[in-house]
Design a binder for this molecule. Sequence first.
Ligand code: FMN
Length: 273
Amino acid sequence: MNITKAIIACFSPTQTTLRILQAVARGVGASEVFVLDLTLPEQETRPLPEVGGALVLIGAPVYAGRVPAVAERRLRRLQGSGAPAAVVAVYGNREYDDALLELRDLAIELGFVPVAGAAFVGEHSYSTPGTPIAAGRPDRRDLGEAEAFGAAVQARLAAIKTLSDLQPLQVPGNRPYKPRNPKADEAAPETREDLCIKCGKCAEVCPVGAVAVGETVTTDGRACILCCACTRACPTGARVLEHPRITAWREAAVTRLREPKRPNTFLADTRVP
Ligand SMILES: Cc1cc2nc3c(=O)[nH]c(=O)nc-3n(C[C@H](O)[C@H](O)[C@H](O)COP(=O)(O)O)c2cc1C
Protein backbone atom coordinates (compact mmCIF):
# COMPACT_ATOMS: atom_id res chain seq x y z
CA MET A 1 0.00 0.00 0.00
CA ASN A 2 1.32 3.40 -0.87
CA ILE A 3 0.29 6.29 1.36
CA THR A 4 0.28 9.72 -0.26
CA LYS A 5 -2.09 11.55 2.08
CA ALA A 6 -2.06 11.82 5.88
CA ILE A 7 -4.66 13.39 8.14
CA ILE A 8 -3.69 14.49 11.65
CA ALA A 9 -6.75 14.30 13.93
CA CYS A 10 -5.98 15.44 17.43
CA PHE A 11 -7.02 17.21 20.61
CA SER A 12 -4.06 19.19 21.92
CA PRO A 13 -4.60 22.12 24.31
CA THR A 14 -0.89 22.81 24.92
CA GLN A 15 0.14 21.51 21.46
CA THR A 16 2.61 18.81 22.45
CA THR A 17 0.35 16.16 20.88
CA LEU A 18 0.02 18.23 17.72
CA ARG A 19 3.80 18.76 17.45
CA ILE A 20 4.49 15.05 17.87
CA LEU A 21 1.89 14.12 15.25
CA GLN A 22 3.37 16.66 12.85
CA ALA A 23 6.75 14.96 13.29
CA VAL A 24 5.14 11.54 12.69
CA ALA A 25 3.54 12.93 9.50
CA ARG A 26 6.95 14.19 8.31
CA GLY A 27 8.31 10.68 8.81
CA VAL A 28 5.43 9.17 6.84
CA GLY A 29 6.49 11.44 3.99
CA ALA A 30 2.99 11.86 2.56
CA SER A 31 2.82 14.53 -0.13
CA GLU A 32 -0.40 15.93 1.37
CA VAL A 33 -0.95 16.45 5.13
CA PHE A 34 -4.24 17.81 6.46
CA VAL A 35 -4.47 18.93 10.09
CA LEU A 36 -7.82 18.40 11.80
CA ASP A 37 -7.30 20.06 15.18
CA LEU A 38 -10.26 19.14 17.39
CA THR A 39 -9.17 21.27 20.35
CA LEU A 40 -11.64 24.16 20.13
CA PRO A 41 -15.38 23.97 20.99
CA GLU A 42 -16.45 24.68 17.39
CA GLN A 43 -15.19 21.17 16.57
CA GLU A 44 -18.24 19.70 18.32
CA THR A 45 -20.30 20.53 15.23
CA ARG A 46 -18.06 21.61 12.32
CA PRO A 47 -18.31 19.20 9.34
CA LEU A 48 -15.33 16.82 9.15
CA PRO A 49 -13.39 15.89 6.01
CA GLU A 50 -13.70 12.49 4.32
CA VAL A 51 -10.74 10.25 5.19
CA GLY A 52 -10.86 8.29 1.89
CA GLY A 53 -7.44 6.85 1.00
CA ALA A 54 -5.56 8.65 3.77
CA LEU A 55 -3.50 7.40 6.71
CA VAL A 56 -5.11 9.00 9.77
CA LEU A 57 -2.85 9.93 12.69
CA ILE A 58 -5.11 10.04 15.74
CA GLY A 59 -3.69 11.66 18.87
CA ALA A 60 -4.72 12.78 22.33
CA PRO A 61 -3.01 13.70 25.58
CA VAL A 62 -3.32 11.40 28.60
CA TYR A 63 -5.43 12.76 31.46
CA ALA A 64 -5.45 10.59 34.60
CA GLY A 65 -4.41 7.58 32.56
CA ARG A 66 -7.21 8.01 30.02
CA VAL A 67 -8.13 9.88 26.86
CA PRO A 68 -9.87 13.08 28.09
CA ALA A 69 -13.66 12.74 27.75
CA VAL A 70 -13.90 15.86 25.59
CA ALA A 71 -11.23 14.53 23.23
CA GLU A 72 -13.02 11.19 22.96
CA ARG A 73 -16.32 12.94 22.20
CA ARG A 74 -14.76 14.98 19.38
CA LEU A 75 -12.79 12.04 17.95
CA ARG A 76 -16.02 10.01 17.92
CA ARG A 77 -17.25 12.18 15.06
CA LEU A 78 -14.64 10.64 12.72
CA GLN A 79 -15.68 7.91 10.31
CA GLY A 80 -12.91 5.43 9.60
CA SER A 81 -14.43 3.74 6.53
CA GLY A 82 -11.68 1.10 6.64
CA ALA A 83 -8.80 3.61 6.48
CA PRO A 84 -5.47 2.82 8.19
CA ALA A 85 -4.78 4.73 11.40
CA ALA A 86 -1.84 5.24 13.74
CA VAL A 87 -2.83 6.09 17.31
CA VAL A 88 -0.62 8.26 19.53
CA ALA A 89 -1.01 9.01 23.24
CA VAL A 90 1.07 11.87 24.66
CA TYR A 91 1.72 11.94 28.39
CA GLY A 92 3.55 14.10 30.90
CA ASN A 93 6.22 11.58 32.01
CA ARG A 94 4.04 9.90 34.68
CA GLU A 95 2.30 7.00 32.86
CA TYR A 96 -0.02 6.51 29.91
CA ASP A 97 -1.89 3.67 31.65
CA ASP A 98 -4.92 2.71 29.49
CA ALA A 99 -4.99 5.70 27.13
CA LEU A 100 -3.18 4.10 24.19
CA LEU A 101 -5.34 0.96 24.37
CA GLU A 102 -8.39 3.20 24.57
CA LEU A 103 -7.32 5.07 21.41
CA ARG A 104 -6.70 1.80 19.60
CA ASP A 105 -10.12 0.44 20.63
CA LEU A 106 -11.81 3.73 19.70
CA ALA A 107 -10.15 3.68 16.27
CA ILE A 108 -11.53 0.19 15.62
CA GLU A 109 -14.99 1.24 16.84
CA LEU A 110 -14.94 4.17 14.41
CA GLY A 111 -14.13 1.86 11.49
CA PHE A 112 -10.37 2.46 11.18
CA VAL A 113 -7.75 -0.26 10.96
CA PRO A 114 -5.09 0.65 13.55
CA VAL A 115 -1.72 -0.28 12.06
CA ALA A 116 0.54 1.32 14.66
CA GLY A 117 0.47 2.90 18.10
CA ALA A 118 2.85 5.00 20.15
CA ALA A 119 3.18 6.78 23.46
CA PHE A 120 5.35 9.90 23.51
CA VAL A 121 6.25 12.28 26.33
CA GLY A 122 5.22 15.95 26.25
CA GLU A 123 5.86 18.66 28.82
CA HIS A 124 3.35 18.17 31.62
CA SER A 125 0.48 20.65 31.42
CA TYR A 126 1.11 21.57 35.08
CA SER A 127 4.84 22.21 34.55
CA THR A 128 6.03 25.73 35.37
CA PRO A 129 9.51 27.28 35.10
CA GLY A 130 9.92 26.94 38.89
CA THR A 131 8.50 23.40 39.04
CA PRO A 132 9.47 21.78 35.70
CA ILE A 133 7.88 18.43 34.81
CA ALA A 134 9.12 16.94 31.52
CA ALA A 135 9.98 20.54 30.56
CA GLY A 136 10.99 21.00 26.94
CA ARG A 137 9.50 17.68 25.80
CA PRO A 138 9.09 16.78 23.05
CA ASP A 139 12.74 17.63 22.53
CA ARG A 140 14.78 17.09 19.34
CA ARG A 141 15.37 13.45 20.20
CA ASP A 142 11.63 12.85 20.76
CA LEU A 143 10.76 14.53 17.47
CA GLY A 144 13.41 12.45 15.69
CA GLU A 145 11.88 9.29 17.18
CA ALA A 146 8.42 10.47 16.12
CA GLU A 147 9.68 10.90 12.55
CA ALA A 148 11.29 7.44 12.67
CA PHE A 149 7.97 6.02 13.88
CA GLY A 150 6.19 7.67 10.93
CA ALA A 151 8.76 6.21 8.52
CA ALA A 152 8.28 2.75 10.08
CA VAL A 153 4.50 3.01 9.62
CA GLN A 154 4.98 3.95 5.96
CA ALA A 155 7.42 1.03 5.48
CA ARG A 156 5.02 -1.44 7.10
CA LEU A 157 2.19 -0.30 4.83
CA ALA A 158 4.47 -0.39 1.77
CA ALA A 159 5.23 -4.05 2.55
CA ILE A 160 1.60 -5.21 2.33
CA LYS A 161 -1.02 -5.36 -0.42
CA THR A 162 -4.11 -4.83 1.75
CA LEU A 163 -4.74 -4.07 5.42
CA SER A 164 -5.98 -7.64 5.89
CA ASP A 165 -2.32 -8.69 5.53
CA LEU A 166 -1.76 -7.28 9.04
CA GLN A 167 -2.48 -8.89 12.39
CA PRO A 168 -4.47 -6.88 14.95
CA LEU A 169 -2.38 -4.16 16.61
CA GLN A 170 -1.35 -4.96 20.20
CA VAL A 171 -0.64 -2.13 22.66
CA PRO A 172 -0.32 -2.07 26.46
CA GLY A 173 -3.22 -1.18 28.75
CA ASN A 174 -6.00 -2.83 30.73
CA ARG A 175 -9.74 -3.33 30.30
CA PRO A 176 -11.88 -2.15 31.94
CA TYR A 177 -9.99 1.13 31.62
CA LYS A 178 -9.15 3.17 34.74
CA PRO A 179 -12.33 4.94 35.86
CA ARG A 180 -12.65 8.59 34.85
CA ASN A 181 -13.44 10.18 38.19
CA PRO A 182 -15.68 13.25 38.05
CA LYS A 183 -13.86 16.47 38.99
CA ALA A 184 -13.96 16.64 42.79
CA ASP A 185 -13.61 20.44 43.07
CA GLU A 186 -13.80 23.61 41.00
CA ALA A 187 -10.04 23.99 40.58
CA ALA A 188 -9.20 26.21 37.60
CA PRO A 189 -6.59 28.78 36.59
CA GLU A 190 -7.07 32.26 38.01
CA THR A 191 -6.26 35.66 36.55
CA ARG A 192 -3.95 38.11 38.27
CA GLU A 193 -5.84 41.28 37.51
CA ASP A 194 -2.72 43.43 38.02
CA LEU A 195 -1.04 41.68 35.06
CA CYS A 196 -4.09 41.08 32.84
CA ILE A 197 -4.40 43.26 29.71
CA LYS A 198 -7.85 41.79 28.78
CA CYS A 199 -6.56 40.59 25.39
CA GLY A 200 -8.98 37.66 25.47
CA LYS A 201 -6.39 35.06 24.44
CA CYS A 202 -7.33 32.85 27.42
CA ALA A 203 -10.96 32.68 26.28
CA GLU A 204 -9.93 32.15 22.65
CA VAL A 205 -7.83 29.04 23.35
CA CYS A 206 -10.09 27.36 25.95
CA PRO A 207 -11.21 23.97 24.55
CA VAL A 208 -14.42 23.97 26.60
CA GLY A 209 -15.44 27.65 26.55
CA ALA A 210 -14.92 27.98 30.31
CA VAL A 211 -13.36 31.47 30.23
CA ALA A 212 -15.20 34.77 29.72
CA VAL A 213 -13.54 38.17 29.45
CA GLY A 214 -15.51 41.24 30.49
CA GLU A 215 -14.72 43.83 33.16
CA THR A 216 -12.80 40.98 34.78
CA VAL A 217 -11.89 37.48 33.60
CA THR A 218 -14.18 34.76 34.93
CA THR A 219 -13.66 31.00 34.74
CA ASP A 220 -16.28 28.30 35.12
CA GLY A 221 -14.52 25.90 37.49
CA ARG A 222 -16.97 23.08 36.78
CA ALA A 223 -16.36 23.23 33.02
CA CYS A 224 -12.55 23.77 33.22
CA ILE A 225 -10.60 20.60 32.36
CA LEU A 226 -7.32 22.03 33.78
CA CYS A 227 -5.63 21.63 30.38
CA CYS A 228 -3.57 24.84 30.87
CA ALA A 229 -4.06 26.09 27.31
CA CYS A 230 -4.90 29.50 28.83
CA THR A 231 -1.90 29.68 31.15
CA ARG A 232 0.43 28.85 28.23
CA ALA A 233 -1.23 31.31 25.86
CA CYS A 234 -1.37 34.28 28.25
CA PRO A 235 1.14 36.88 26.96
CA THR A 236 1.66 38.57 30.35
CA GLY A 237 1.74 35.61 32.75
CA ALA A 238 -1.53 36.76 34.31
CA ARG A 239 -3.19 33.34 34.00
CA VAL A 240 -1.94 31.00 36.72
CA LEU A 241 -3.01 27.60 38.02
CA GLU A 242 -2.24 27.77 41.71
CA HIS A 243 -5.04 25.77 43.27
CA PRO A 244 -3.63 24.13 46.45
CA ARG A 245 -4.41 20.61 45.18
CA ILE A 246 -2.47 21.21 41.94
CA THR A 247 0.36 23.06 43.68
CA ALA A 248 0.86 20.15 46.11
CA TRP A 249 0.79 17.59 43.25
CA ARG A 250 3.20 19.68 41.17
CA GLU A 251 5.70 20.08 43.99
CA ALA A 252 5.81 16.32 44.61
CA ALA A 253 5.91 15.53 40.87
CA VAL A 254 9.04 17.62 40.23
CA THR A 255 11.09 14.99 42.09
CA ARG A 256 8.87 11.94 41.58
CA LEU A 257 8.75 12.31 37.76
CA ARG A 258 12.34 13.51 37.31
CA GLU A 259 13.60 10.41 35.42
CA PRO A 260 12.83 11.06 31.71
CA LYS A 261 10.76 8.32 30.04
CA ARG A 262 11.34 7.37 26.43
CA PRO A 263 8.78 6.86 23.66
CA ASN A 264 7.20 3.42 23.14
CA THR A 265 6.16 2.39 19.64
CA PHE A 266 4.15 -0.59 18.36
CA LEU A 267 3.52 -1.83 14.81
CA ALA A 268 0.95 -4.39 13.69
CA ASP A 269 2.74 -7.57 12.59
CA THR A 270 2.27 -8.95 9.10
CA ARG A 271 0.39 -12.25 8.87
CA VAL A 272 2.54 -15.34 8.38
CA PRO A 273 1.46 -16.80 5.00
C1 FMN B 1 -6.00 17.04 33.87
C2 FMN B 1 -4.68 16.44 33.41
C3 FMN B 1 -4.37 15.13 33.72
C4 FMN B 1 -3.15 14.58 33.29
N1 FMN B 1 -2.88 13.27 33.57
C5 FMN B 1 -1.70 12.72 33.17
C6 FMN B 1 -1.40 11.36 33.44
O1 FMN B 1 -2.22 10.58 33.94
N2 FMN B 1 -0.17 10.90 33.11
C7 FMN B 1 0.78 11.70 32.55
O2 FMN B 1 1.90 11.25 32.35
N3 FMN B 1 0.49 12.99 32.20
C8 FMN B 1 -0.73 13.52 32.50
N4 FMN B 1 -1.03 14.81 32.16
C9 FMN B 1 -0.07 15.58 31.34
C10 FMN B 1 -0.42 15.59 29.84
O3 FMN B 1 -0.72 14.30 29.37
C11 FMN B 1 0.76 16.13 29.04
O4 FMN B 1 1.16 17.37 29.54
C12 FMN B 1 0.51 16.26 27.54
O5 FMN B 1 1.74 16.54 26.92
C13 FMN B 1 -0.49 17.38 27.21
O6 FMN B 1 -0.80 17.32 25.82
P1 FMN B 1 -1.17 18.61 24.92
O7 FMN B 1 0.09 19.47 24.90
O8 FMN B 1 -1.44 18.04 23.58
O9 FMN B 1 -2.29 19.32 25.57
C14 FMN B 1 -2.23 15.38 32.55
C15 FMN B 1 -2.57 16.70 32.24
C16 FMN B 1 -3.77 17.24 32.66
C17 FMN B 1 -4.12 18.65 32.29
